[in-house]
Design a protein around this ligand. Sequence first.
Ligand SMILES: NC(=O)c1ccc[n+]([C@@H]2O[C@H](COP(=O)([O-])OP(=O)(O)OC[C@H]3O[C@@H](n4cnc5c(N)ncnc54)[C@H](OP(=O)(O)O)[C@@H]3O)[C@@H](O)[C@H]2O)c1
Length: 429
Amino acid sequence: MQIQIGLLGCGTVGAGVVSLVRRRADRVADMTGLRPVVKTILVRDTQKDRGVSFIDEQLTTSPEDILADDDIQIVVETIGGIEPAKTYILEALSRGKHVVTANKDLIALHGPEILQTAAANGVSVLFEAAVGGAIPLVGPLKENLTANEVTDLKGIINGTTNFILTQMTTRHIDFAEALQMAQDLGYAEADPSSDVDGLDAARKLVILASIAFHTEVHLSDVRVEGIRHITATDVRYADEAGYVIKLLAVGRDRDGELTLAVRPTLIPKNHPLAHVSDAYNALFVRGDAAGDLMFFGRGAGRMPTASAVVGDIIALVRNLKLGFVASSPNGSAGERKPVVEREDDVYKYYFRLTAADQPGVFAQVAHLFGEYRASMETVLQKRVEGDRAEIVIVTHDISSRLAREIAVHLSRSPQLAVEAVMPVEPVAE
Ligand SMILES: NC(=O)c1ccc[n+]([C@@H]2O[C@H](COP(=O)([O-])OP(=O)(O)OC[C@H]3O[C@@H](n4cnc5c(N)ncnc54)[C@H](OP(=O)(O)O)[C@@H]3O)[C@@H](O)[C@H]2O)c1
């Protein structure tokens, strides 16, 4: 017997799904007696070359050909964005179809509504591909680690910014040049804001945190800082001090209070996350029983993402065989946990300042750090151009509040400009 699939969108990911479903159909049929078959595919342009041959599947520009087809039990959404994907998914769910989606934007922003609609209609929504591409993250957090209290999530979950920062580090180029490379290679979109301003990573963190911490998480709960202001100079100084700069997504649950942030962070070169390069992703998870785990792999791309989508399709086919509906990875079962700034958390901090190259300016900086009882681990002082000097300081552990107060105080001085302040990740235990 066949399980008919309707595919919404057939671009990078959708075309991979078509070919991977074909490749695995025999195995799934052997395992379950049910053969997954993509029956109908919604696109905008039916004449476009998609790098995949269409044998029996029907290409259509009418969503009703999928949504109103009673033979289609599984709808796979790979259109992306909010609309019309959201309307199609809600419609499919209310017509009793299971849904698989790779759409992180939609799940991060409208996950609760979509999951409630699925539950109300007795169907599932699975979205493993929405975070981390090929890397299994949603499934392990929801299933395999469910016996744990997860306290920490920490990861590199945006491949575009990781590619840009890797190029800046290895080729000693500035942000604009590295971004252009990423765009030329198809890693970054023409409008790269969602990636480089940290929003994409924040959306993925919303999804992961809601599942790991069993609560509803909103995008506004995440403090977000992107990488546009990171300069080749920061990358070089970080390197000289023994660090690499990464855009780190961090989620913590401390006694039911959450802290959620996406921000550029200095990572010690001997830390495993320092070696996650180019478009790779990695996520650290700490559970009270499991201890520390690290997930690593390809965070995007046609077949890696299709791997996660088709994994979800096969899970649904198995469930259909067994006759049960898997609960969707819904984190919002309990009360909404409060989100706090935790300004008392301590880190080492990296400061880069430019200063008038005059006698006494460095002493003034050192005095100010002393006043705040912030001791310095590393100090680099360089002359840049003309009468400007650059001062780089990596402190010993200080609270986030103190780092902010020092930055504000320094920037009041007419002779100084605070160019960058970033936390430093501790050496892995
Ligand atoms: N690309 C990745 O590596 C990756 C990784 C993880 C997750 N994702 C997620 O996967 C989803 C798809 O990404 P993608 O890179 O495959 O996108 P894509 O290459 O732009 O493909 C989008 C597809 O949707 C179709 N489409 C767009 N608007 C439509 C509309 N209004 N009606 C009908 N069809 C429409 C397009 O049709 P036409 O081809 O006819 O224009 C195209 O086939 C997104 O949610 C993305 O965030 C992607």
